[in-house]
Design a protein around this ligand. Structure first.
Ligand SMILES: [Zn+2]
Length: 506
């Protein structure tokens, strides 16, 4: 599945073309000429030369493809298995290390399944922050080849961590049985092994494994990595000008644990000491950032990737979107993994981005639909290191786009493209999707993947995965009560601010 069809030229004729800088409510009707992977021209009544495929977009809306800036493909098979689990308990049930190695057939199917739903929902670029168990290059090859098969753009990152303890470990009572404490502590790995594997994979496959594939770096979280590992990642990022993604202050426990350290370590300072606080850095989640942290992020030109659905489903709280925006911090959007957010849907993430500020602020504000569309496209492109290539429909940019059917109920009557994309649509209107100028979705179905056959193959392996999840849940049963107790213990640490509405009020 290499891109032999990529040199085709396509004329998308007569659609309304969404322009971030134009009329975001009633985009002008115009044509887009795509040559190879790029947009060649945009303008009315473009001529259709011989050999050009014409896509009739009359009555349709052409919009830039979405960039999902936070996703993990390792647990696609766990979709729908969990709920009512605060973060650390969910981690215990979903961490790939607790499942052991999976077959390459399963790895291929789960990757295809995530890519298929993403494309159907207009996501043209996905940042996959993948935990490999074991760290084996055959898994890397299987994942990248599945993405290429589906035709989605991927910014691929191999998760790195050398400290195994659960984030909640500092709050685990010392008098618990040693066996339980050992399981919460896990077994550490070596920074050098993590760095060597990642470096070897990037060297082996090159900076662009395919035209649609690039790399990012993914230290799991500052508290899960040694200083040596973080410094190694920073050096690689500098050398290869590569974006870095890391989970920071996703939960209150992580913020409380950092304050419990002998030196009351700020995780942002840990990143700064390692040389990571710069424009390549993407802080994933950032729910429990202080005002000082936010100022440091703005100063460094780093970004935040907001994952509203997983933050709520795991009871992590609500990120300080308005404070980040006021400080000038760029915000991209992520859908996070299937085991904690269930769906790859940026329409939903945009809607939550716009709606959540109202839980703390009754005033009209700046986080409107047009802003959400920029977050889902332009900010996402900056996050994954592809700005000026993807995120907007302009001549010279790569043709990553979707065509939405304006006769779908979400768009009737058609009062505002931006507002109806963000507040009314959920993905059903996505009819055609191009990635790198190549149609990968037509008539709301993947072009290169037989979705029914994929579903049938997944059905065959799903019972075995469910059994493994049940076995793991049984093994974890005696840890749940101690973890919930530790959670409650962590609540007693005062942070001086809250991310839960009304907590502490009478
Ligand atoms: Zn994550």
């Amino acid at each position: 599945m290499t891109g032999t069809a990529q040199s085709a030229r396509i004329l998308i004729r007569g659609g309304r073309v969404y322009d971030h800088d134009g009329d975001v409510h009633q985009p002008a009707q115009t044509d887009i000429l795509v040559g190879g992977e790029r947009i060649e021209r945009i303008g009315p009544n473009l001529p259709a030369d011989a050999g050009v495929e014409i896509i009739d977009a009359a009555g349709k809306l052409v919009a830039p493809g979405f960039i999902n800036a936070h996703y993990h493909s390792h647990d696609v098979m766990a979709k729908g298995l969990f709920e009512e689990m605060p973060f650390d308990i969910w981690t215990l049930h979903s961490n790939p290390a607790n499942y052991g190695p999976r077959t390459l057939a399963e790895v291929r199917l789960r990757t295809l399944l995530g890519a298929a739903e993403s494309l159907r929902n207009g996501i043209t670029t996905i940042q996959d922050f993948l935990t490999l168990v074991p760290q084996d290059e055959a898994i890397v090859d299987t994942v990248l080849s599945a993405y290429e098969e589906a035709g989605i753009r991927v910014v691929f990152a191999i998760a790195a961590r050398d400290r195994a303890a659960l984030d909640i470990a500092p709050f685990i009572p010392k008098d618990l049985p040693e066996a339980i404490r050992r399981r919460i502590a896990g077994s550490d790995r070596k920074a050098k092994d993590e760095l060597d594997f990642i470096t070897a994979q990037i060297r082996r496959l090159g900076n662009n494994p395919t035209a649609r594939q690039t790399w990012a770096l993914a230290p799991s979280a500052p508290q899960r990595c040694s200083q040596e590992l973080l410094e190694g990642i920073a050096a690689l990022s500098r050398e290869l000008a590569m974006p870095v993604f890391t989970h920071v202050y996703e939960t209150r426990i992580q913020a409380a644990a950092a304050r419990q350290q002998p030196s009351a370590t700020s995780l942002i300072d840990v990143l700064a000491r390692a040389g990571l606080m710069n424009e390549h850095l993407n802080i994933v989640h950032g729910v429990w950032l202080t005002a000082h942290d936010i100022a440091q992020i703005a100063e460094a030109g780093a970004r935040v990737v907001h994952n509203p659905v997983s933050n709520l489903k795991l009871k992590s709280g609500i990120a300080p979107i308005l404070d980040l925006h006021r400080a000038g911090v760029d915000i991209a959007l992520g859908c996070d993994n299937y085991s904690c957010a269930e769906t790859q849907n940026i329409f939903l993430a945009m809607r939550m981005l716009c709606l959540l500020p109202a839980v703390t602020d009754p005033e009209p504000g700046p986080i409107n639909a047009a802003y959400a569309l920029r977050a889902a496209t332009l900010a996402g492109a900056r996050a994954v290191g592809l700005s000026h290539k993807i995120g907007a429909l302009k001549p010279g940019m790569i043709a990553d786009l979707m065509i939405l059917d304006l006769r779908e109920p979400a768009f009737v009557p058609f009062n505002s493209a931006a507002r109806q994309i963000v507040f009314a649509e959920a993905g059903r209107a996505v009819e055609t999707v191009l990635v790198g100028g190549r149609p990968v979705v037509r008539n709301s179905r993947l072009v290169a993947v037989d979705e029914a056959a994929l579903a049938a193959e997944v059905d065959e392996i799903a019972p075995a995965f469910r059994r493994d999840a049940q076995t793991l849940a049984a093994r974890n049963a005696d840890l749940v009560a101690p973890l919930l107790n530790a959670n409650r213990e962590a609540w007693k640490v005062s942070l001086g601010f809250e991310r839960y509405v009304g907590r502490g009020s009478t």
